[in-house]
Design a binder for this molecule. Structure first.
Ligand code: NAD
Ligand code: FES
Length: 278
């Protein structure tokens, strides 16, 4: 079973794990993800492979504790094992040599955009980075993004660090300053990805977003991750997770995510009660 090699807290409720998974570390490409289960009864959790170290056979996963399964995962420590880590799954990011990309990460979405930015740089391209969070302590991977992006702008909604404002304001600023991009990659909460698309659509600037619906099997069989892209049905686990943001039916994605919210809240309440009585 894959073993946790290292664990580090990046922000409140956000943990980076390095996990022993040599085959995945060798094969994975930017944009791909794994599905993990912590135990036999556990939910399947899709997580982007944030980084890989093939020489040491390790992958890194960044986990925000939002529900029962992710809270349980984030309680694991180095030396603990994970029941299964399946992957790499999904289509890799389409990276052309020398492309100019603006990589935008909103909150925990920075963990998804970072491997893409790193991959673009590795292919001889240039990256402008924008990473935003509500407040200073929620900014993650600033050092890592700064190593591959120039400029690398940081925004906070409350102005406690970097530029005050949303990531879209920093994007407008870069575009106003004459930065030219072949494409924009935006990953974060749905309203953020929609807002980025609203900025780029009138400019005809290609914009890729990464979707993270509920997933079950991760093989395109169960239909759990169905989305509509340009009027066509796609499955995020096999056709994505990245899609042309100008073609995504965001309202449908949001509605499907909302459908599970009550069940997730109930599972979290039961889990809190279990922990309190343990
Ligand atoms: P958040 O709500 O704190 O937002 C992070 C930043 O995104 C903000 O600081 C702001 O700069 C920008 N933003 C948010 N709403 C915006 C808007 N309407 N217009 C312009 N910019 C906006 O983010 P969080 O709490 O870290 O994110 C959690 C959400 O991200 C969850 O809903 C989760 O499902 C989603 N998520 C998505 C992915 C993915 O692959 N798309 C991965 C992980 C998490
Ligand atoms: Fe089942 Fe994608 S997770 S079809």
């Amino acid at each position: 079973m894959p073993r946790i090699l290292a664990k580090e807290t990046l922000a409140p409720d956000v943990v980076r794990f390095w996990i022993d998974a040599p085959a995945i570390a060798r094969k994975r490409r930017p944009g791909q993800f794994v599905i993990i289960r912590t135990d036999e009864t556990g939910e399947r959790i899709p997580l982007t492979i944030a980084d890989a170290d093939p020489a040491h056979g390790a992958i890194s996963l960044i986990v925000q504790a939002v529900g029962k399964s992710t809270h349980k995962l984030n309680r694991l420590e180095p030396g603990d094992t994970i029941l299964d880590v399946a992957g790499p799954l999904g289509q890799p990011t389409r990276i052309e040599p020398g492309m100019r990309v603006c990589c935008i990460g909103g909150g925990i979405g920075t963990a998804v955009v970072y491997p893409i930015a790193k991959g673009v740089r590795a292919a001889g391209g240039s990256v402008a980075g924008i990473i935003g969070a509500r407040t200073r302590d929620l900014i993650i991977l600033e050092r890592e993004m700064s190593a591959v992006a120039d400029p690398c702008l940081v925004t906070t909604d409350d102005g406690s660090y970097g530029r005050k404002g949303l990531v879209t304001e920093a994007l407008r600023m870069l575009l106003g300053e004459g930065y030219g991009f072949d494409e924009v990659v935006a990953v974060g909460p749905l309203p953020m990805m929609q807002a980025v698309c609203s900025v780029t659509r009138p400019l005809g600037l290609k914009t890729i977003v990464s979707l993270n619906p509920i997933m079950v099997d991760g093989t395109g069989m169960c239909g759990g991750c169905r989305v509509t892209i340009g009027g066509e049905q796609k499955f995020v686990c096999v056709d994505g997770p990245e899609f042309d943001g100008h073609q995504v039916d965001f309202a449908e994605v949001a509605a499907r995510l909302r459908a599970y919210r009550e069940d997730e809240a109930a599972a979290m309440d039961r889990y809190r009660a279990e922990i309190a009585s343990a």
